[in-house]
Design a protein around this ligand. Structure first.
Ligand code: F0G
Length: 361
C-alpha cells in the first residue's frame, strides 16, 4: 500500500507525484489548548503536533517525496547531515524504499531517541567531531562528488512535502473558525519549514485560493544560543551571518548556518511576520506547559510556544490574533530532556502499607 490519497498524499495536486515511498505520514492533530490560549491571551491558539508523524517529526512529510525521487533516479545511497530527526526519518523511509542510508551526526549532540531510530532502521551512522553545520558541509561535498543522494532540506523535493503542514493548518482553521490563522509560529533551524510554508501560501495566492492579505504571518523562533536568523531579521540584513559557536539544550535547532535562509527571510518579511530568540529556560517552561495540556513535545518544538508567549508579552502579537504553533517533534525523541524538565520519581518499599505511609508524608 503506498497510501495514495491519504495524509500528505491527499495534497498530490500540490506535489510532484501522486504517491510516494510512504509510511502514512501527515494528517497530524491540530490540538486545542484552552489553558495556554487563556494564559498567553490570544483569540485562538492551536498546536499542530508534527510529533504525531510515523517517525515522530515533520521530516516524514519531506522524506515521503524525497525518497520517491531517489527511487525514481535509481540512486544507490541516500545521505543527510542531521541534528537527529532527519536521520531518523531518512533511515526509516530509506528502509521502506529498500535503499542504503548514511547519516552524519554531530557527536554527543543528538538526542537518544533519534539515534536509536537511525540505528534500528539500519542507517550507517557517522558521528562527526564537529557541529551540525560541519556535517552538512561534508555531506554536500559527498553528494557533489556523486557518493550519495542528498536528503537534507536543501533538496527541494523535501520542502514540497513539507508544504502540506501549511495546507493542513489552513484547512483546520477554515473548518473550525471559518478563517485562516493570523499567524503561524514555528521553531527555526535550517529554515526549511519556513521556506516550505511560504511556498505553499504563495502557490495558494497564485491559484486564487486565498487573498494575499490573508497569508498568515510567518513567525520564526530560535534558541538564544543559535539565533542567526533572528539576528538577520532584527538587523534588516539581506544575508544571514553564520554562527560558528552554537549551543542550546534544544539540540534539534542547534544550527548556526540556516541554509534555507535566502528563501525564508523573504517569507518572514513579506508575510509581516518576525523572528524571536528564547532562552533554554523559557523553552523548558513551555515544554512543561504544553505537557500540562497532555501534549508531549521535544525541546525545539516548545520553542514555538515560548516565542509566542514572549511576543505576546511584548505586544508584538495582538490579543485578537488566531495563532497556530507548530510543534515539530515528539517528547520521546529526547527522553533525557523530558526527564530533566519533569518531576522526579520517588522510591518506596514493595508493600501497600509502606506506599500509603509514603503518600501521607
Ligand atoms: N524542530 C525539530 C524537532 C527539528 O528536528 C528541526 C530540524 C527543526 C525544528 C528546524 O526545522 O530546519 O525546517 O527550520 N531538524 C534537522 C534535523 C536539522 O537534522 O533533524 P527547519
Amino acid at each position: 500500500d503506498d497510501f495514495e490519497g491519504e495524509g500528505v498524499w491527499r495534497y498530490a495536486d500540490a506535489l510532484p507525484f501522486d504517491s510516494g515511498v510512504s509510511i502514512q505520514e501527515g494528517a497530524t492533530p491540530l490540538y486545542e489548548v484552552p489553558r495556554l490560549e487563556d494564559e498567553i491571551g490570544v483569540e485562538a491558539l492551536r498546536i499542530k503536533h508534527e510529533g504525531m508523524n510515523p517517525t515522530g517529526s515533520f521530516k516524514d512529510r519531506g522524506m515521503t517525496v524525497g525518497v520517491r525521487v531517489a527511487a525514481e533516479l535509481g540512486v544507490g545511497r541516500l545521505a543527510c547531515a542531521s541534528t537527529g530527526n532527519t536521520s531518523a526519518a531518512l533511515a526509516a523511509y530509506g528502509s521502506r524504499g529498500g535503499m542504503q542510508t548514511l547519516v552524519l551526526l554531530p557527536a554527543g549532540k543528538v538526542a537518544a531517541g533519534k539515534i536509536a531510530q537511525a540505528s534500528l532502521h539500519g542507517a550507517r551512522i557517522l558521528e562527526v567531531d564537529g557541529n551540525f553545520d560541519a556535517c552538512l558541509d561534508i555531506v554536500q561535498e559527498l553528494a557533489g562528488q556523486g557518493e550519495a543522494y542528498l536528503l537534507n532540506s536543501l533538496n527541494p523535493f523535501r520542502l514540497e512535502g513539507q508544504k502540506t503542514i501549511g495546507l493542513e493548518i489552513l484547512e483546520g482553521f477554515l473548518a473550525d473558525y471559518d478563517a485562516v490563522p493570523d499567524r503561524i509560529v514555528l521553531p527555526v533551524g535550517n529554515a526549511g519549514n519556513t521556506s516550505a510554508l511560504y511556498k505553499a501560501f504563495r502557490e495558494l495566492v497564485q491559484a486564487g485560493a486565498i487573498d494575499e492579505r490573508d497569508v498568515p504571518k510567518l513567525t520564526g523562533v530560535q534558541a538564544e544560543g543559535a539565533a542567526p536568523m533572528v539576528e538577520a531579521i532584527e538587523n534588516g540584513a539581506d544575508e544571514v551571518r553564520r554562527w560558528e559557536d552554537v549551543e542550546t539544550r534544544a539540540t534539534a535547532i542547534r544550527i548556526g548556518n540556516p541554509v534555507n535562509a535566502p528563501k525564508a527571510l523573504p517569507g518572514i518579511r513579506e508575510t509581516g511576520g518576525t523572528a524571536v530568540a528564547v532562552s533554554d529556560a523559557e523553552i523548558t517552561e513551555a515544554q512543561r506547559d504544553i505537557a500540562a495540556e497532555g501534549i508531549g513535545v521535544e525541546p525545539a518544538s516548545a520553542a514555538s510556544v515560548a516565542g509566542l508567549r514572549k511576543l505576546r508579552a511584548e505586544g508584538i502579537v495582538a490579543d485578537d490574533e488566531r495563532v497556530a504553533c507548530l510543534t515539530t517533534g515528539h517528547l520521546l525523541k529526547d527522553p533525557d530532556a523530558a526527564a530533566a524538565a519533569g518531576v522526579d520519581s520517588e522510591s518506596v518499599p514493595a508493600d501497600t502499607q509502606g506506599v500509603l505511609e509514603h503518600l501521607q508524608e
